[in-house]
Design a protein around this ligand. Structure first.
Ligand code: FAD
Length: 141
């Protein structure tokens, strides 16, 4: 299993319609590629988490990097997990205002902004684990 998380900045703000179009289209493509994860958007910034087979996730990431609707600012990768964190989310749109979520996102952004030391990246994966745990306990839908 291969996972990555990135942050990016929208070239122009996304309204709800553009976001839902993007998520619906992405969910269809990701389902075909057996890629799961989520997309978060707030104040012109995206955070996306993707997991699946390495070649498929890297192939998708190359397309996302070329997308002129945003500029990717940070990417962090993780190899060697045996299980998915979000097995049922083909591309889930996470809304702001969900339980503790702003804390989670704040951690992501801060950590991604600084150097990619192993302790910073480990912390990011731990935040993701907490998010997955909340989801598995149905506190996130
Ligand atoms: P094409 O569909 O041929 O598009 C080529 C270029 O046209 C794109 O790079 C983009 O710059 C532009 N474009 C495409 N669609 C639109 C549109 N509706 N409005 C304006 N410009 C457009 N795709 C996934 O399959 N899975 C994902 O999880 C995923 N996540 C994304 C997250 C973000 C934040 C963004 C911005 C895009 C995401 N995409 C995702 C879309 C992805 O970047 C590609 O557009 C998509 O995979 C199609 O790739 P393609 O090479 O066939 O591009």
């Amino acid at each position: 299993m291969f996972s990555l998380i990135y942050s990016s900045e929208a070239i122009e703000p996304f309204n709800f319609k553009r976001l839902s179009d993007l998520c619906n289209k992405s969910a269809g493509c990701n389902q075909q590629l057996d890629i799961t994860g989520y997309l978060y958007y707030r104040d012109g910034k995206f955070i996306q988490y993707l997991e699946g087979e390495e070649l498929k996730v890297s192939g998708l990431m190359s397309r996302i990097l070329k997308d002129s609707r945003h500029n990717v600012t940070q990417v962090i990768q993780e190899e060697g997990r045996t299980q998915r964190r979000f097995p049922n989310w083909s591309m889930h749109y996470l809304h702001k205002g969900l339980v503790h979520f702003e804390d989670v996102i704040g951690c992501h952004l801060e950590l991604l902004k600084y150097s990619k030391t192993s302790s910073n990246t480990d912390q990011i994966w731990r935040v993701l684990d907490r998010l997955a745990e909340s989801r598995n306990h149905n506190t996130l839908n």
